[in-house]
Design a protein. Structure first.
Length: 111
């Protein structure tokens, strides 16, 4: 599978943030990407935004106005860094930094 420009850019943004924290880069996982697309279609049909019951980590993103790229979503998640104070996850205000911690999760090597 050839990655599309948006997928490549999102992975670059994600991996740049990981590199800044001395974490290994993520690799694209075609099956995981397809599962995410399928779930996004389900959410669109249901007109809701809710986390799936799944074993993979999951960040959801929704924007109601303007154009949005995959990289924009990653940047929004990474923007939660200011709320993370090196506390044990999920201590503290996890709602404020949960997406950020998922982006830098050391338990995953796939994107």
């Amino acid at each position: 599978m050839t990655l599309q420009d948006q997928e490549i850019e999102a992975l670059k943004v994600h991996n740049a943030a990981r590199a800044a924290k001395h974490l290994a880069p993520l690799q694209w996982d075609t099956q995981l990407a397809q599962d995410a697309k399928d779930y996004a279609k389900t959410l669109s049909t249901k007109r809701t935004l809710e986390h799936a019951d799944c074993v993979a980590g999951e960040n959801l993103y929704q924007q109601s106005t303007g154009d949005c790229t995959y990289a924009d979503a990653v940047k929004a998640w990474l923007g939660e860094e200011c709320y993370y104070k090196s506390q044990r996850i999920p201590n503290g205000d996890f709602e404020a930094y949960g997406h950020y911690s998922e982006c830098l999760g050391i338990w995953s090597a796939c994107y």
